[in-house]
Design a protein around this ligand. Structure first.
Ligand SMILES: Nc1ncnc2c1ncn2[C@@H]1O[C@H](COP(=O)(O)OP(=O)(O)OP(=O)(O)O)[C@@H](O)[C@H]1O
Ligand code: SF4
Ligand SMILES: [Mg+2]
Length: 319
């Protein structure tokens, strides 16, 4: 693989859900992006914009309606059995809701050790040692091993979910809102832990979050989604310094700032109305109903992605 070949390449991905004879929900609609080895890409947008659906397609929990996902150059939906097993070892997901994603009838040892049974040949003792090593990596210990998931707090459950993902030695992890369900005081701890694990184990992350403040310190690049589509993508510094799409500006203006002088000078952009339904979406810019700058053509013409600078692209008729 050349240095320029992405580790993961999502190409024109569509995932539509059919809810009835004439009802089609476009959860992910013509989404394309690349992720390179060793980087963290933040995927941000309001609830329901298609972040989890994109993540689930990457770990093959969703079959796409159309489009491709290439991993190190090969199509993940055209794998034979051995390739599928290898892929499941290489690419893991940390799930959004730590309360629902762990089986409460299993012990921590069983949860973390489950994937190892499929992906490796470990003796009972080796598996136990490895589970302990993984738990220690995420700040838990031996006395947690025989306890059940429901006995743990949200932050601890997310740590167990992270240990489970790491148990098969992945190189790429989809982190789906790993801290959104947690108290603010615990969020930084978990983000710092993920950052440390990335350095230690050479991991690549797709890091999903609702708001731009959460991904700021962990992302090399940020992708902003709105209603099933990407509206802007840029290197993280560039996106926070020089956002171009009206929706990104709205999201950024919603981030609270500690310094009161900065708050006064910061332009607050009011966002109108509710997120429209993704069911039976028509033509035009998806953001048109809520955009403070919408033009007449925005309602009928879909804006295409434009390259604005190296690695910085956005889809808006004003650009
Ligand atoms: N299995 C499904 N069947 C029908 N619709 C679905 C299904 N999964 C997701 N959707 C719909 O697809 C859209 C995108 O959902 P998704 O979970 O990807 O959003 P999200 O960006 O992860 O939101 P959140 O921030 O709330 O987690 C939503 O409108 C959701 O209701
Ligand atoms: S294309 Fe029009 S509606 Fe869409 S973001 Fe740009 S200005 Fe707003
Ligand atoms: Mg989600």
């Amino acid at each position: 693989m050349s240095e320029k070949t992405p580790m993961l390449s999502v190409q024109d991905l569509c995932k539509y859900f059919h809810l009835g004879r004439h009802l089609e929900l476009k959860a992910v609609d013509h989404v394309s992006f690349d992720i390179f080895q060793g980087e963290t890409v933040g995927l941000v947008g309001e609830s329901g914009c298609g972040k989890t659906t994109t993540g689930r397609a990457i770990v093959k929990l969703h079959e796409p309606t159309s489009g491709k996902i290439l991993y190190r150059g090969s199509d993940i939906f055209k794998q034979n059995k051995a390739e599928r097993l290898e892929y499941c070892g290489n690419v893991q997901m940390i799930f959004q809701n730590p309360y629902a994603s762990l089986n409460s009838r299993m012990t921590v040892s069983e949860i973390v050790g489950e994937g190892m049974k499929i992906h490796g040949q470990y003796s009972k003792k080796q598996q136990e040692d490895r589970v302990l090593e993984l738990l220690q990596k995420v700040g838990l210990g031996r006395d947690h091993m025989s306890r059940f998931a429901h006995e743990f707090s949200g932050g601890q459950r997310q740590r167990i979910g992270i240990a489970r993902a790491l148990s098969v030695n992945p190189e790429f992890i989809v982190c789906d809102e790993p801290v959104s369900a947690l108290d603010v005081s615990i969020q930084a701890q978990v983000i710092n832990m993920l950052k440390k694990l990335q350095e230690e184990l050479g991991l690549t992350y797709l890091f999903i979050a609702h708001d731009l403040s959460v991904v700021r310190y962990i992302s090399d690049r940020v992708i902003v989604m709105y209603l099933g589509g990407i509206v802007e993508e840029a290197p993280a510094d560039e996106l926070y310094r020089n956002p171009q799409h009206p929706y990104t500006k709205v999201l950024l203006s919603a981030i609270p700032i500690a310094d009161p002088d900065k708050i006064r000078s910061k332009e607050r952009i009011a966002i109108k109305g509710e997120i429209p339904s993704p069911i039976n979406l028509g033509d035009g810019c998806r953001f048109a109903d809520r955009c403070p700058y919408a033009l007449e053509r925005c309602k009928s013409e879909t804006p295409q992605m434009k390259e604005l600078a190296a690695g910085h692209r956005a889809a808006c008729h004003l650009l």
